[in-house]
Design a protein around this ligand. Structure first.
Ligand code: LHQ
Length: 260
């Protein structure tokens, strides 16, 4: 059987999406990007999935655009490639109703780093690193990195990372807040599954609204954020899941949220 270059495994409420071209460090080809987008769009409508993990097979998370493919005759112009394939992937990732955790198992370079930056949470293996890489090949950061990176680490660090192109080690990524946890390589999958399981235990609609509120935080003034919270809380407060949460609290048992 031929292994798909993007694997989707669903266990319970957690979907794991694994970029799977380990021999090329999961560098992204056109068919792979098409499949990734298809998988993300499928997950967006799957109410049985409450949390998503994005990771890479083998020793890398993702080395970004497959540079060999770029040298093939007829490779699409870069702007077109971004508009047609990368940008929709980043938008689909950001738009997912489920929280998305990047489990960064190794190097994340170029658009591979951008994919990790677009996730809601990032944890990393001690062997992981982030390399913007674009500058080294005479390109600009893309796939949302100029938008996500300053939001994650602030303008000064984003400028260093993007303009000097030095690899950011897992330890440094933890120090500057680019990832929230670093674990031993063989503990990463277990840690990711444990975090995803906890995310999946949350009330799905509240989880979606929470990630949307956080995602919009840097584009709003306080007044707008307060009003958006009030609207979301009104909706969350009218849900069966909120009633279940209150009942579970008074009955001293864990809540069983249904998404209603
Ligand atoms: C690769 C790649 C790769 C193909 C490793 N492609 N094979 C968007 C719009 C459209 C076009 C342009 O780009 C973009 C966005 C982007 O993503 S631009 C940035 C593209 N990515 C890069 O520039 C990173 C290139 N790779 C590297 O710098 C290194 O490979 C890293 C730092 C990722 C890892 O280094 P090492 O651990 O030393 O591994 P390696 O270099 O030995 O790579 C292992 C294999 O993977 C090797 O193949 P081989 O057949 O020789 O064993 C590499 O050729 C292959 N590979 N990245 N992007």
């Amino acid at each position: 059987m031929i292994e798909p270059d993007v694997r989707l495994d669903v266990e319970g409420w957690v979907a794991t999406v694994a970029l799977n071209r380990p021999a090329a460090l999961n560098a992204l080809t056109i068919p792979m990007k098409e499949r990734l987008l298809e998988v993300l769009r499928h997950l967006a409508g799957d109410r049985g999935v409450r949390a998503v993990v994005l990771t890479g097979a083998g020793r890398a998370f993702c080395a970004g655009q497959d540079l060999r493919e770029r040298l093939e005759p007829g490779a699409p112009p870069l702007g077109q490639e971004l508009r047609l394939r990368y940008n929709p992937i980043v938008e689909a990732l950001r738009a997912l109703p489920q929280p998305v955790l990047a489990a960064v198992n190794g190097v994340a370079a170029g658009a591979g780093a951008s994919l990790a930056f677009a996730c809601d949470l990032r944890i990393a293996s001690e062997t992981a690193s982030f390399v913007l890489a674009f500058g080294r090949i005479g390109l600009v950061p893309d796939s949302g990195a100029t938008w996500t990176l300053p939001r994650l680490v602030g303008a000064a660090r984003a400028a260093e990372i993007a303009l000097l192109n030095d690899p950011v080690s897992a330890a440094e990524a933890l120090r500057i807040g680019l990832v929230s946890r670093v674990v031993a390589p063989d503990a990463l999958a277990v840690e990711a599954a444990a975090i995803a399981a906890r995310l999946a235990e949350g009330a799905p609609a509240a989880m979606t609204m929470s990630k949307r509120l956080l995602g919009a935080a840097f584009d709003r003034d306080l007044e707008t954020a307060l009003e958006a919270e009030a609207e979301a809380q009104q909706a969350a407060g009218s849900s069966r899941d909120h009633a279940e949460g209150l009942a579970a609290f008074t009955e001293k048992r864990p809540p069983a949220f249904t998404g209603e």
